[in-house]
Design a protein around this ligand. Structure first.
Ligand SMILES: [Zn+2]
Ligand SMILES: [Zn+2]
Length: 423
């Protein structure tokens, strides 16, 4: 696994250490899993959670109420599993696949719901939604926002923190406010790239910013991974891993910090803009306890707790004690030739997906109301405004994901003339 531009991602290359031991452990794990599967008892909670999730993912599917129960009790190991991947990157940030190619790959891996969570940009969402529509994959518009946590104690270091934001299918409300913050972060990345390059020049490895920007692609804010690729191209290092382990690692000789906003500020903004705020890969944080506690006070909804190795992170108890929902995703970047968890490789238990959706629905419904109302006033346009969707107001009304359909229905009636008038 090559470290992503995420400063806080899981420690790199851990799979490659002591390969023999890992294989042995895997064998044991497989054995244990088999046993567990045989003993698995399906609880009534799991059955009703499965029904709920299934109806959210496939609202048009006419199913018998008992189907879920029959499916879950069938003993089929894939039964009751609707694959969600809530963390992925495209070439709009530091991923290697275009949003379309990413969605296609997710489809081939059996993913039914994919959140595209590029770093500090939502530029790929529209394309992903379009691709998802063709393939029958539901896209959750998301973004992974770079932030910093500043501890109260002066002797402690700032820590980079990534906040995942998940929005309803119509995107964030108050989009301008969100975009202003994201732009600020992206601009900070350009400055940061310049600083990294000047450090590399001092280390006798000069690189041109244009070269790095070219690798990043048009409109993509350059990150460490793009610098690393330029270093490989220039022959300064053999591969990306070496670039990181020798020079670009956190606090390394060519490391530079960006101008990231305070994590608490980011969480509050996500909440204000109709999103679900989730702390990404908390297992990689030094100060996780304090960060979780502080961010919870700012409105944090959930933390990533499920990992690609099938483990529940040690922070699961912490999530429980703070009443935070536990989620997870692959954090897929699509780097060829590197070991990284593939799309759909983090299996979320149906209960966790259910809790996530239960939490998200009222938030997303409220945002939708906000979007529709602000549009009527001729204010900001929502991001993923789709004229086809708008014309078909009944789609929204029949959307089972809305917690208060009646209210949406009334709003629909009230706004129906706008639909025709404004499109
Ligand atoms: Zn991250
Ligand atoms: Zn990520």
């Amino acid at each position: 696994m090559i470290p992503s531009d995420d400063a806080t991602d899981a420690p790199p290359f851990e799979e490659e250490v002591n390969t023999g031991v890992v294989v042995e452990k895997k064998e044991k794990k497989r054995h244990k899993k088999k046993k567990r599967r045989r003993r698995k008892i399906v609880t009534p909670e799991e059955i009703s959670a499965f029904k709920f999730v299934r109806d959210w993912v496939f609202p048009d599917l006419a199913t018998d109420e008992d189907d879920a129960e029959i499916e879950l009790l069938s003993g089929n190991k894939r039964a009751g599993r609707i694959l969600f991947d809530l963390h992925s990157h495209s070439s709009c940030s530091d991923g290697f696949l275009s949003p379309t190619a990413l969605v296609e790959r997710a489809h081939s891996k059996g993913v039914k719901v994919l959140a595209l969570t590029d770093h500090d940009t939502m530029a790929g969402i529209t394309e992903a939604i379009e691709a998802g529509r063709k393939l029958g994959i539901k896209i959750i518009p998301g973004v992974e926002i770079s932030a910093s946590f500043f501890p109260r104690e002066e002797h402690e270091m700032d820590e980079p923190v990534h906040i995942l934001a998940y929005y309803g299918s119509w995107g964030p409300t108050k989009y301008d406010e969100l975009e202003t913050l994201l732009t600020r972060i992206r601009e900070g990345r350009h400055l940061r790239a310049k600083e990294i390059l000047s450090k590399l020049t001092q280390l006798k490895m000069p690189l041109k910013l244009e070269q790095v920007s070219k690798i990043a692609g048009i409109g993509v804010a350059p990150g460490r991974v793009h610098v690393a690729r330029a270093m490989v191209e220039a022959g300064y290092v053999e591969n990306l891993r070496q670039a990181f382990s020798k020079y670009l690692y956190d606090g390394g000789p060519a490391y530079a910090t960006g101008s990231e906003p305070h994590a608490e500020e980011v969480v509050k903004l996500v909440c204000r803009t109709g999103g679900v705020a989730v702390l990404a890969h908390p297992w990689a944080l030094k100060n996780s306890l304090m960060i979780v506690k502080d961010l919870k006070d700012s409105g944090l909804h959930a933390i990533e707790a499920y990992r690609s190795d099938g483990k529940l992170s040690g922070l699961s108890d912490l999530a429980d004690s703070y009443g935070l929902v536990k989620v997870g995703g692959s954090d897929f970047h699509g780097r060829s030739g590197c070991q990284e968890p593939d799309l759909g490789s983090v299996h979320l238990p149906v209960i966790s997906i259910f809790e996530f959706l239960k939490l998200a629905q009222p938030i997303w419904c409220e945002a939708l109301r906000d979007i529709l109302t602000s549009d009527m006033d001729g204010e900001k346009k929502p991001l993923f405004y789709d004229s086809k969707e708008l014309k078909c107001f009944s789609c929204i009304i029949s959307d089972k994901s809305c917690h208060d359909r009646r209210e949406i229905e009334l709003l629909g009636k009230k706004l129906s003339f706008v639909t025709v008038a404004s499109r």
